[in-house]
Design a protein around this ligand. Structure first.
Ligand SMILES: [Zn+2]
Length: 528
């Protein structure tokens, strides 16, 4: 044992002997190298394994010592395998920089914090005992501000928002009312307001002056006079209403040519819409044609421009007018100069919502039993359906009329008359004037009739005609005196020179020109 422990005292003679005689029995305690000892141990373990059988078949000899040892081996191996089961939890790494409370506060103050989190950034200082609240602060003697009338806003509310007192608001409203109702002021109008000093510490400031554009051609200002009362001053703005006339050659694109000639987009669109109703933009226009459009136009001395409605739309070919449309009448419709005074044939509408059950011509009468002329068209419709006048006209008969039952006859222009029979109820009386589409009665089965239907007939010069496809001659929409006025209006418009409205308008010196510099405003306004 003593020699085994003393590995340090190696004896070279003993070593070489052990190397020279490896077969020597291991029982003899000799100094051997580590590798040899390990090999010997492994050999012994191997021999033990052969002898012992550490992995027996667990299906045999259940309960025997050998089986129990095998089971123990199995459980031990399983447990050690499970002990090595991997863990996927986060691995903590060291921070790149140590952030202490002070640094964290510094970062926070420089960040932009989301509003949802309170928008808390910047450095904060609490009120210390050094802070004393002010009893009163010095105030500006006057405050100048611009207030805008919003959409759906009211004049009074706008003034209130600007900081005026109730007394001033009612006075201002009364003054403005003399010129126009405050509700007529267009939204978006800006008000230059000057507020003076307060009469009491918490009272609203007194109104000094109020300036705004009341209309396209009028500036209003309300100023406080010497006596302290408010007064209204009107500043009319010169407005030129020369219509804007644009002419040019159609070229490859009418739209682009008109744009190049300086026509506003809205005016070109109205122009194209107007002429499109009278001629085809694709087929009836050639590149050499000339377009001519006139729109209402307003310019103020202050420089604003307002484009209004299209007044005239023309197309010329070879110097001769091909199409001349003029805005005319209350509805602002465009009328062609060539169609004035020309009567038009307009096909009539259907007298009832129903389907034709019997046409005009010879037929066997369902009640009388023999063939005779059916002098109208029958429309099958349910009892009580409204019957409409097919065109404007005058009621020449209304009441019982033999086999027609309840019957209405209308006289239209041009010798045309229409009749409506078998009504359950009549809605118009004799002599009244009816418009096309007006209800004149209701479907029924009065007179010689087998069921509810409308018997519709037409007369020309007192004799029945086939009501299918009849048309009424409409009176010209413009005639007589109006026709002369129309021509005069068009000729007047055509004297406007193209581009005349684009010339410069001499600006009128505004009589309440504001001093540009603050120092000039301080100087007394009235000198001499
Ligand atoms: Zn009939």
């Amino acid at each position: 044992m003593d020699e085994d422990h003393g590995g340090g005292r190696a004896n070279p003679a003993a070593l070489s002997r052990a190397q020279a005689m490896p077969a020597e029995p291991s029982a003899q305690t000799v100094h051997r190298p580590l590798a040899q000892r390990v090999t010997a141990q492994l050999q012994r373990f191997e021999a033990w394994c052969h002898h012992v059988d550490i992995a027996p078949d667990l299906a045999c000899d259940i309960g025997s010592r050998k089986w129990l040892r095998g089971m123990a081996t199995f459980l031990a191996l399983s447990a050690s395998a499970l002990a090595l089961w991997p863990d996927f939890s986060a691995v903590e790494a060291a921070t790149a920089m140590t952030v202490k409370r002070r640094e964290r506060e510094e970062f926070r103050s420089q960040s932009i914090a989301p509003l949802a989190l309170g928008g808390d950034s910047g450095r904060h200082m609490g009120a210390s005992p050094m802070v004393h609240p002010l009893a009163a602060v010095p105030e500006r003697p006057t405050v100048e501000l611009v207030s805008t009338l919003g959409q759906g806003d009211s004049f009074g509310r706008m003034l209130e928002r600007a900081g005026l007192g109730a007394g001033d608001i009612s006075q201002v409203t009364r003054l403005v009312q003399q010129v126009l109702p405050p509700s007529d002021i267009t939204s978006g109008t800006q008000f230059d307001i000057t507020l003076g000093q307060r009469s009491a510490p918490n009272a609203p400031r007194e109104l000094g002056s109020l300036d705004f554009r009341a209309r396209f051609d009028l500036d209003l200002s309300i100023e406080r006079g010497e006596g302290g009362s408010l007064a209204l001053v009107r500043h009319p703005i010169a407005v030129d209403q020369t219509p804007l006339r644009i002419r040019g050659t159609v070229g490859s694109s009418l739209y682009r040519s008109a744009r190049n000639a300086g026509a506003p987009i809205g005016a070109i669109q109205s122009y194209l819409r107007a002429i499109d109703k009278s001629l085809s933009l694709e087929d009836d226009l050639t590149a050499g044609d000339e377009f001519d459009l006139i729109v209402a136009y307003k310019r103020s001395a202050k420089g604003e421009r307002q484009v209004g409605d299209l007044l005239y739309a023309g197309i010329e070919r070879g110097g001769k007018p091909r199409l001349q449309l003029l805005r005319w009448g209350k509805d602002g419709q465009m009328f062609a100069a060539s169609s004035i005074g020309q009567p038009r044939a307009v096909p009539v509408g259907q007298p009832v919502a129903g389907r034709i059950t019997s046409h005009y011509g010879m037929r066997r009468h369902p009640i009388l039993g023999y063939s005779r002329m059916h002098a109208g068209i029958d429309f099958g419709a349910s009892y009580g359906s409204p019957i409409y006048a097919v065109a404007d006209g005058t009621v020449t008969f209304s009441g019982r009329h033999g086999g027609h039952g309840n019957y209405v006859r209308l006289l239209h222009g041009g010798g045309l008359a229409t009749g409506y029979g078998h009504m359950s109820r009549i809605a118009v009386s004799n002599g009244t004037h009816v418009r096309a589409g007006q209800v004149i009665g209701y479907v029924g089965s009065t007179g010689l009739s087998t069921g509810p239907h409308l018997h519709f007939e037409a007369y020309r010069s007192g004799r029945t005609i086939n009501p299918a496809g009849i048309s009424v001659v409409s009176r010209p929409q413009i005639d007589g005196k109006e026709r002369d006025a129309f021509k005069a209006r068009m000729n007047a418009l055509l004297t406007v020179q193209p581009g005349e409205a684009l010339g410069s308008l001499t600006p009128v010196q505004s009589d309440h020109a504001q001093a540009a510099r603050e120092i000039d405003r301080l100087a007394p306004k009235k000198i001499g």
